[in-house]
Design a protein around this ligand. Structure first.
Ligand SMILES: Cc1cc2nc3c(=O)[nH]c(=O)nc-3n(C[C@H](O)[C@H](O)[C@H](O)COP(=O)(O)OP(=O)(O)OC[C@H]3O[C@@H](n4cnc5c(N)ncnc54)[C@H](O)[C@@H]3O)c2cc1C
Length: 386
């Protein structure tokens, strides 16, 4: 095959939400940009539930919390901008979220979550008390009718959700309108010249690029290894169920989570999405399992027995790109000029994704990211940078 020499200011490897958001911000800043996507089965973005609610999170560390709050604060402006730039919906809405304790064994984790959530609220001064507070069991049941009687409930009125597939499509449409070039295919390797990355090889064709971002989700490590950089990202399978509630008006139902790592997200089309398994060590095996589906259904019906008559409409499976310390990997690779990472977002990539893409795109263009990315540098895996 002839190798025509083509050249871009920037190339992005991976067309999930992270890569697409990065590419969108690059072209928005005027950079000639190429996005290459292999569209692997198991792409996490296609399965994601879409919960954007750091204010109800009591699991992740402070570094994540700060970044996630910045990311969620940035969402409404991005959604407004996308509305003006292209025609696709994104599914974004401030639908609210409940955190509930359903059984006795959840009382202690509920008390711990309450402490962390309200402590963070006090320190930030946000959300306002009227937007994040405890409510009674009866109030919780009114908000989400299929709910079991609960021992306690915290309500975030402004928690939001988004449809990962639709958002990625919208970002891509807006970016293509600004000149983004998209190629379907696999990036076989990165082009290294001395201590710098100067491009990529896709379908045996060399493409020169001033900066390259790896946004390959769970598949990211393969490209890093070629350069002696270990990106400790591995696939964590998630199985998630779409339940149909014929004719029910679900448009105002909030999202719900309890304390067994699962949740429910209602959508306006009489649909409740229940998920998801967190199968660490699953490998690249994006298929459903009998045990996984049973686990999700058992938990959904424990928290919301009123869903028992729902129709099982669809099962999605995604491979979350999970790092060894659960934090994302963002920013330049020390010692390799021109190479950037936007990966490892695990279970919160829809929350962080558009913002992560924005801040790394800024760095790729030689601009300050506008936030402290030190906790997310690949350099934290000290022995891994070769
Ligand atoms: C069941 C489930 C529920 C979730 N729920 C939520 C949620 O409620 N809230 C939230 O914030 N997050 C959630 N997430 C997490 C979120 O979906 C992910 O963190 C995010 O989508 C990761 O996006 P990504 O672009 O990094 O990876 P992906 O979406 O997996 O995309 C990676 C892309 O890179 C491509 N690629 C890889 N290597 C190459 C190569 N060499 N050349 C070309 N292309 C390549 C792949 O083909 C793929 O298309 C959930 C995830 C799952 C699975």
């Amino acid at each position: 095959m002839a190798t025509a020499r083509v050249s871009f200011d920037a190339a992005v490897v991976g067309g999930g939400l992270l890569g697409t958001a990065t590419a969108y911000h690059l072209v928005s800043a005027g950079a000639r940009t190429l996005l290459v996507d292999r569209a692997d089965v198991g792409r996490a973005t296609d399965a994601g539930a879409g919960i954007l609610s750091p204010e109800t999170n009591s699991r992740d560390p402070e570094a994540w919390f700060r970044l996630a709050c910045e990311a969620v604060d940035d969402y409404p402006a991005l959604i407004d901008r996308l509305r003006g730039e292209q025609a696709n919906d994104t599914g974004f809405a401030q639908c609210g979220k409940l955190v509930v304790a359903v059984s006795d064994d959840e009382l202690e984790p509920f008390a711990r979550a309450r402490r962390i959530i309200f402590d963070r609220q006090r320190r930030r001064g946000l959300p306002k008390p009227g937007d994040l507070h405890e409510i009674t069991a009866a109030e919780a049941g009114e908000l989400f009718p299929p709910l079991a009687p609960v021992h306690g409930a915290i309500y975030s009125r402004t928690a939001a959700r988004v449809d990962g597939r639709l958002l990625t499509r919208a970002l891509r449409a807006a970016a293509e309108a600004r000149g983004l070039v998209v190629r379907t295919g696999g990036v076989e390797r990165l082009v290294r010249e001395g201590d710098a990355v100067r491009g990529i090889v896709v379908d045996r064709q060399t493409v020169a690029a001033g900066a390259v971002a790896i946004a390959g989700g769970a598949w990211s490590d393969a490209l890093g290894r070629q350069l002696g950089v270990t990106i400790p990202v591995a696939p964590q399978r998630g199985q998630i169920l779409h339940l149909g509630l014929h004719g029910a008006d679900t448009s105002r139902w909030p999202m719900v989570s309890a304390f067994r790592h699962q949740y429910m997200v209602a959508w306006p089309d009489s649909r409740v999405v229940a998920g998801a398994t967190r199968e660490t060590g699953s490998g690249f095996a994006p298929h459903t399992t009998a045990a996984g589906v049973r686990a999700v259904l058992d938990e959904a019906l424990r928290v919301a027995p009123g869903l028992a008559g729902a129709e099982l409409r669809e099962i999605r499976v995604g491979l979350r790109p999970l790092t060894s310390d659960t934090l994302p990997v963002l920013g330049p690779v020390p010692g390799i000029d021109g190479l950037f990472l936007v990966t490892g977002h695990g279970p919160t990539g829809l929350t962080l994704g558009p913002y992560s893409g924005k801040v790394v795109a800024a760095q790729m263009l030689g601009r300050p990211p506008g936030t402290d990315l030190t906790p997310f540098s690949v350099a934290r895996f000290r022995s891994s940078v070769g």
